[in-house]
Design a protein around this ligand. Structure first.
Ligand SMILES: OC[C@@H]1[C@@H](O)[C@H](O)[C@@H](O)c2[nH]c(CCc3ccccc3)c[n+]21
Length: 447
């Protein structure tokens, strides 16, 4: 009998984190501040005033955390580099202690048989570059290329899978349009400029990497599939607008060399005429795409700004602590859509997971999180369905290895398969972590 859930040979089973969310010690050993150091220390901007000053103390506990990954049997680990730890001013002077932290982390991962997937940018821009306009300054492409060159020279070969940006949509929509994330701008005219410059910087970093690196580089995007709430024409066009804005806005320029037409419709006079040469820079050949999937959106036309499209709550669905509908079919649909629209580029599910209300650690060190096990099992089966349908999916990274700092939501949301007691920094593998370890051990057959 063929195994029900046989995954391809070499399929990577991993977990994902990001520097600012787990490391702590943001200014240790010569590191410079990032926009999140500033944002979180600005009163009123984060839940409870939570900051990344300590987080999961991973900057000091990284050896134990790699040991934990090895005990879980992970074959890959996706993490991000804090740009301002390595380049305290963002460009120019390199901080050797910062580079050394990541070099030792990578060596420990390789020693444990764990493939590193390194994300260059996961939202924590050096504050010194924000002072120079940050992503609104077209010079950011050169800054990011310089940073990519420093990292490639230091780590390429030991790191063989590189990612330029994590989720340009969130960086732009959160940081420049709605202001919920650092640097906290709320400006319809800035958002397209930041968004376009992020993609120019992506292209420049891919070019810079290829001048030094000999391995693979890709882009990570969040995709939230949009399903029309009704057959009404206004709901159909609203769904199309929302899909173009969130799901096509970055993959189109990166892979097809142009934006979807809906963006000019959405932003109107705030959507510039971009210089044609920008698209040659943005559209660099990629070795893979990372897809971050959490939920879907049932969409209808409404008066909301700027999309005029809103979500329709699904009465019979299960929702996570972040208000996201549990909808595994959306992951299969997403992976098939990517292949249909952009071709057979290798894919990784670089984030998938859920925040549920976890009970406290019980006697004997157990955290019972059945809802997370159900979520992960159903989404991994959805990945397998896409593989059976012909998608070239090379790996899956659960978000997240550890409970960690959920950006503006602080420590109020727990996504980890490992519980973190923030008062003691004690790690406790949750039931979902034990379950995932078994799935990894069986190469998916235990699903
Ligand atoms: O919210 C859980 C995780 C974050 O902790 C990661 O840093 C980030 O890469 C990430 N992206 C998404 C999906 C996109 C999204 C982010 C924030 C808010 C709404 C949607 C979920 N997550």
């Amino acid at each position: 009998m063929t195994d029900a859930f046989a995954f391809p040979d070499g399929f990577l089973w991993g977990a994902a984190t990001a520097a600012h969310q787990i490391e702590g010690s943001p200014l240790a050993d010569g590191a410079g501040p990032s926009i999140w150091t500033r944002f979180a220390h600005t009163p009123g901007l984060t839940h409870n005033g939570d900051t990344g000053d300590v987080a999961c103390d991973h900057y000091r506990r990284w050896k134990d955390d790699v040991r934990l990954m090895r005990e879980l049997g992970l074959t890959a680990y996706r993490f991000s580099v804090s740009w301002s730890r390595v380049l305290p001013e963002g460009t120019g002077r390199v901080n050797p202690a910062g580079l050394d932290f990541y070099s030792r982390l990578v060596d420990a991962l390789l020693e444990a048989g764990i493939e590193p997937l390194l994300t260059l940018y996961h939202w924590d821009l050096p504050a010194a570059l924000d002072d120079r306009g940050g992503w609104l300054n077209r010079d950011c492409a050169g800054w990011f290329a310089e940073y990519a060159t420093v990292m490639a020279k230091a780590l390429d070969g030991r790191v063989r899978k590189w990612v330029t940006l994590n989720e340009p949509w969130v960086i732009t929509d959160g940081g420049y349009l709605h202001g919920a994330l650092a640097p906290g701008h709320r400006n319809k005219y800035e958002a397209p400029i930041a968004s376009h410059n992020l993609m120019r910087a992506h292209g420049a970093a891919v070019q810079a990497y290829r001048a030094v690196g000999r391995h693979e580089i890709g882009l990570v995007v969040n995709i939230e599939p949009k399903y029309p709430a009704s057959d009404a024409p206004e709901d159909q066009t609203a769904t199309r607008r929302a899909h173009a804005y969130m799901n096509e806005q970055y993959l189109h320029p990166a892979l097809l060399g142009h934006y979807p037409p809906e963006l000019r419709e959405i932003f109107g006079d705030a959507w510039p005429d971009w210089p044609a040469e920008d698209f040659a820079l943005i559209r660099q050949p990629l070795d893979f795409l990372g897809i971050n999937y959490y939920t879907r959106n049932v969409t209808r036309a409404d008066g909301s700004w700027p999309l005029k499209a809103g979500a329709v709550k699904q009465p019979s669905a299960t929702y996570t602590e972040t208000g996201w509908e549990v909808f595994p079919q959306g992951l299969t649909d997403t992976l098939l859509w990517v292949r249909r629209t952009y071709g057979d580029i290798p894919l990784y599910v670089t984030e998938n997971g859920a925040a549920f209300f976890d009970p406290p650690v019980a006697e004997g060190g157990r955290v019972r999180d059945p809802l997370r096990i159900d979520y992960l099992r159903r989404h991994l089966r959805a990945v397998h369905e896409a593989i059976r349908a012909g998608c070239d999916i090379r790996g899956y990274m659960v978000w997240s290895l550890l409970d960690n700092l959920e950006w503006s939501l602080g420590y109020s949301k727990r996504f980890g398969i490992v519980h973190v007691n923030y008062a003691t920094q004690q790690r406790t593998v949750k039931d979902s972590g034990r379950w995932y370890a078994n799935v990894v051990r069986s190469h998916g057959r235990a699903l």
